[in-house]
Design a protein. Structure first.
Length: 152
């Protein structure tokens, strides 16, 4: 059974995470602040931490950096971190903090499950849904020709 620690100071975000992730093979533990995440990780390291970027006085970036620092001191094993971002520019901060993955809000249950599974399996997840669709100048959309039917 995997243990996932979800952290946000917004009850609605925590409820959404728990409702999507909790199940027979996943135990979800909640934290409401960055210091609570670090304390929980030191006491009983989870398999994954999902942390909100904007949270009180110790947000997602600070939590991730603190976990990486504790890991370097051998206080905790490596714990993958999935960061929940509010806007596109936060991707830079997620990368700099050492997070293995990130999702840009609003959260989509399918992307959340896919990201969680990827990180629990030892991989990474970099949400690209925030990226704009490229438009080639001078070219319209490529439409497929309409299907034709022949009458008998």
């Amino acid at each position: 059974m995997a243990t996932v620690l979800v952290a946000s100071d917004a009850p609605s975000v925590r409820r959404q995470l728990v409702s999507v992730l909790a199940g027979p093979d996943t135990e979800v533990v909640e934290a409401t602040s960055g210091p609570a995440v670090v304390a929980t990780a030191l006491e009983s390291p989870p398999d994954l931490v999902i942390v909100d970027m904007q949270m009180g006085n110790m947000g997602g970036m600070a939590v991730c950096l603190e976990l990486r620092l504790d890991e370097s001191y051998l206080d905790v094993p490596h714990i993958p971190v999935l960061m929940l971002l509010d806007r596109r520019p936060d991707v830079f901060l997620a990368r700099r903090s050492g997070a293995e993955g990130w999702l840009v809000k609003p959260l989509d249950p399918l992307r959340l499950r896919r990201a969680t599974r990827a990180l629990l399996d030892g991989g990474t997840f970099h949400d690209d849904s925030y990226q704009p669709v490229p438009v080639l100048v001078g070219q319209g959309p490529q439409l497929e020709p309409a299907a034709t039917t022949s009458g008998s």
